[in-house]
Design a binder for this molecule. Structure first.
Ligand code: FES
Length: 685
């Protein structure tokens, strides 16, 4: 028998979910097989059978597609290490320790992504997506030789030797803060320690960033999205990948300026402005860290890695960089690539060795948050043409598929967040979030945040008494204007039709224009012509930006739309399309993708491969500067109409009967004078 035949008789092992496979000699430990195939299986104790992190499960059955018949009989019996571990700790039925179990025949091996060895309460985060792990931090347990007068090698040097011998780490850089403590820690652990090794890029030198006596079988990380309005922070176990706690707060920089523009202005006008805002956001982050640690019982010193994302202005202010250059063309970023830093340098109250990674920014006004959302939703990984939109005071737009991805931002302004709207407010209990208007009677009904029944249903008055009906939030504004259009109260050009006053006393004259009374009574809520215009301007800016990207890719439709961010999570895709915020698309393919930026940050925290993926993707993304594109104005004017003066919405028409549209006359769209938002130094982060 030749060598090849012998090799082919070796058992075939397939690891899931990675799909990596290979042939191994009988008697090979599964942990070793995983290592050889580059399958990530956690191991803190280095195969001593004490950490329990290396658990796997055997899938039984005939996997014809892979040519494998897998059975538990194809793996060795429980070994001494497993018996000892199972006696002391809980080893779930069906789970095996891969450092102990040996290959005896063909196998399909499942590597669970949520191995938990500590009885930690896991709070469900908004997004519970399981993320394949390959973190930048590795916890490495070693037994270090005791000092010997005849071998004058230092304690730290023998520790390094052990790390090289057991874990293969050579040329380790040791963080200075460890040096004064290394002897005490080694002795406290009776010459056993767990070293936290940071290595983001596999080609980089490993760094010893924290050291614990004995076996330290847990390490944590933080993923955080610094939004201009809110900050959301998640605490995850780096060893199980599970989210342990989440917390959020409003961005305290709001006191320096509601939107990005005013915050940059504040920096320009006040010599200490940048410092004050940097301090404010870092203080808020420290408060959130302390909140998640208190809730979960995690010691902040055990948080060893952090990932932050944010729009370019939030990104710069967090890093202590003056964002003035982002206030006007050419919107120069101080740094666009990924940032590697130390939490201590950013005054975060964590372990002195804790590292910081910030995703790259796509452009001067399309930030690391858009990069994170891209990583999360993956337009660059799919065949379908995907549009990803994060609507805030500035919309960040990414469009593409695995062939090509383009990105831009559009200055939508704060109208979608309820600002600039006479009865607008932020989403909070008491705010109207859903609206329906009867097309015959023109009578509205609505629902408010925090109260289940609609305004015309039993119990509404009692249940809403606590909050009252205080205003209309972003999703409510989209719905009321879309419903006004569908009911014929406003024309396709966005004019509230005064002739309708003959049909209802809810249409009232206000000078030369008309308004619609959404709520009568003591605290009336009215949609004015100016409100409709503000929404038209915002949605036209967004749509024009999207159209420019579609032009760039020479496409006339998109296959899939992801609406990211808080606003995107609450708007009804149907109404977004009726208003013409987004292009036509099959409605079931328009999805709210939640806090996609936060999910992308978690992915980058738990798996350094995702860091490389987004770094490469961002380099390849083509950035479009909407202000410089001559067609922006034309798209903008057409998009002032509802839903659009020229574009068709065939998919929307299948579910909604849109009012008949008039033929386009000229590029003014008949929408009256439009105000462009682009003039001057306007930050669009
Ligand atoms: Fe620690 Fe298997 S590697 S128990």
């Amino acid at each position: 028998m030749d060598q090849k035949d012998v090799k082919n008789k070796d058992p075939l092992v397939l690891f899931m979910p990675s799909g990596r496979r290979g042939r191994f000699k009988k008697g090979t430990h599964l942990l070793e097989a995983a290592r050889q195939l580059g399958v990530y299986v956690e191991s803190v104790c280095g195969g001593r059978g004490i950490c329990g992190r290396c658990q796997i499960e055997i899938q039984e059955g005939n996997f014809a597609k892979h040519g494998i018949v897998s059975a538990n009989s194809h793996i060795s019996e429980f070994g001494a290490k497993e018996i000892r571990y199972a006696e002391k700790r809980d080893l779930k039925a069906g789970r095996r320790l891969s450092c102990s179990a040996m290959i005896e025949g063909d196998l399909v091996v499942d590597v669970p992504q949520d191995v938990q060895v500590n009885a930690q309460i896991v709070r469900k985060a908004a997004d519970t997506r399981l993320i394949a792990r390959n973190p930048a931090i590795q916890m490495c347990y070693v037994e270090v030789e005791e000092p010997d007068m005849h071998k004058p090698l230092g304690d730290l040097d023998r520790l390094k030797q052990a790390l090289e011998h057991d874990w293969g780490f050579t040329d380790i850089i040791v963080d200075q803060h460890i040096l004064p403590r290394v002897q005490k820690i080694l002795r406290a652990g009776n010459w056993t320690v767990t070293a936290a090794i940071h290595r983001d890029m596999v080609t980089a030198r490993p760094s010893l960033i924290a050291l614990y006596p004995g076996l330290k079988n847990e390490a944590y990380g933080i993923a955080c999205d610094i939004g201009s309005t809110t900050i959301a922070l998640h605490l995850s176990s780096l060893l199980s990948g599970l989210t342990i706690a989440s917390a959020g707060t409003s961005n305290p920089q709001i006191r320096f300026g509601e939107d990005l523009m005013s915050r940059v202005s504040y920096v320009m006008m006040n010599p200490d402005g940048c410092e004050a805002m940097t301090k404010a956001v870092r203080n808020a982050l420290n408060d959130l860290i302390s909140e998640v640690c208190t809730e979960s019982g995690v010691d902040p010193l055990d948080i060893l890695d952090t990932v932050f994302v944010g729009n370019p202005i939030m990104h710069h202010l967090f890093l202590g960089i003056d964002p003035t250059e982002l206030g006007g063309a050419p919107f120069a970023l101080a740094v666009s690539g990924a940032v590697h830093s130390w939490a201590s340098d950013l005054h975060l109250a964590l372990n002195p060795g804790t590292r910081v990674y910030m995703l790259p920014c796509i452009a001067g006004h399309v930030g690391a948050d858009a990069a994170a959302a891209t990583l999360s939703e993956g337009p660059h990984r799919q065949d379908e043409m995907m549009l990803l939109v994060d609507i805030g005071t500035n919309a960040e737009i990414v469009l593409g598929n695995q062939q090509r991805v383009v990105a831009a931002s559009s200055p939508t302004g704060p109208a979608f967040e309820g600002a600039e709207i006479s009865c607008g407010q932020r989403a909070a209990p008491g705010a109207i979030e859903r609206v329906r208007i009867d097309p015959l009677t023109l009578e509205p009904r609505f629902r408010i945040i925090g109260t289940e029944p609609w305004s015309d249903e039993a119990g509404f008055a009692d249940l809403s008494a606590a909050t009252g009906v205080t205003g209309v939030c972003g999703s409510g504004i989209i719905e009321v204007i879309a419903e006004m259009y569908l009911a014929g109260i406003i024309t396709e050009d966005g004019v509230i039709d005064g002739a309708m006053a003959a049909r209802t006393n809810r249409i009232v004259r206000q000078g030369r224009t008309y308004s619609y009374v959404l709520r009568e009574g003591e605290n009336p809520l009215t949609i004015t012509q100016t409100d409709v215009r503000a929404i038209q301007l915002a949605k036209a800016a967004l749509y024009a930006g999207i159209k420019l990207l579609m032009d760039k890719l020479q496409i006339d439709h998109v296959d899939r739309i992801g609406l990211a961010g808080a606003f995107g999570s609450f708007i009804d895709p149907k109404y977004a399309m009726v208003l013409g915020l987004v292009p036509d698309c099959e409605l079931e393919k328009v999805k709210a993708v939640g806090n996609a930026a936060g999910t992308g940050a978690r992915m980058a925290l738990l798996n350094r491969d995702y860091r490389r993926e987004i770094e490469q993707t961002v380099t390849a993304i083509e950035k479009i500067e909407t202000a410089l594109e001559p067609k922006f104005q034309e798209h903008f004017v057409y998009a002032m109409a509802l839903p659009n003066k020229v574009d068709q919405f065939p998919n929307l028409n299948k579910v909604v009967t849109l009012p008949a549209r008039s033929a386009p006359t000229d590029s003014s769209g008949g929408a009256g004078p439009v105000r462009r938002r682009r003039e001057g130094r306007r930050p669009r982060g």
